[in-house]
Ligand binder design. Sequence first.
Ligand code: HEC
Ligand code: HEC
Length: 196
Amino acid sequence: MNGEAARIVVMATVLAGCGPRPSPEQRAEGAAAFATVQQVFQHPRCANCHIPGDAPLQYDAGLPHTMGVARGPEGHGAPGMPCATCHGTANSPASYGPDAPPGAPHWVLPPPDQKMAWIGRSAAATCAMVKDKGQNGGKNFEKLIEHVSSDSLVLWGWRPGGARAPVSVPHDEFVAKFKQWAAAGGPCPAEQAGAG
Ligand code: HEC
Ligand code: HEC
């Protein structure tokens, strides 16, 4: 067996251990599916917490959160003013008016050392970050799928309370596209000139 043949055998063995290798078509479709994922991530209901700065944002315009609210050492707010002071585990009753604080279990920001910030990032850069276990809270594809399917803060984006617009892409479509992207091995769309 020459070197090249041996390399092919080794490659084939390695790939067999990882299940079927995504075809080029599957990877291209997976990268295209990420466009829908990116659209959801950049929606204000998601992006207002997935921020590069140190305070959450509000409204569709992504304005700074009022009342000097800050991320704090763990993302739960500054000591003395945690998010839970105002945000409960469910949206405020409609009778409290449209500006009452929304709520869901675990209403906090990502921690300062893993901000999971998507605002201002291209689809290519977001894609690379989301699948990087060093930046996503140590999640593999399986955990990421679980998160986007059933996490309390993710689901809140489709029933945000008050007069807030829900995420524009239906939740099942988002999950289906996310799974398609993951099954293709998480291929990222090409970086476009001027994007980002
Ligand atoms: C109230 C703030 C908040 C909102 C709103 C929110 N998230 Fe998150 N998100 C977090 C926090 C905190 C974490 C990290 C903790 C964890 O893993 O549960 C996180 C983690 C994630 C992760 C895993 C880490 C990563 O970067 O891959 C994904 C995916 C995600 N969120 C998607 C969404 C989507 C989609 C929406 C909107 C439908 C959304 N989030 C809305 C706070 C929020
Ligand atoms: C002093 C009370 C208070 C504290 C503390 C507080 N919030 Fe808020 N928050 C509010 C109120 C009230 C609103 C609703 C404003 C409106 O819609 O007019 C709000 C809205 C938001 C929104 C906007 C939702 C959207 O998409 O428009 C996010 C995100 C948010 N808060 C995150 C947080 C996070 C994360 C923390 C902790 C780091 C926090 N808040 C701490 C009172 C508070």
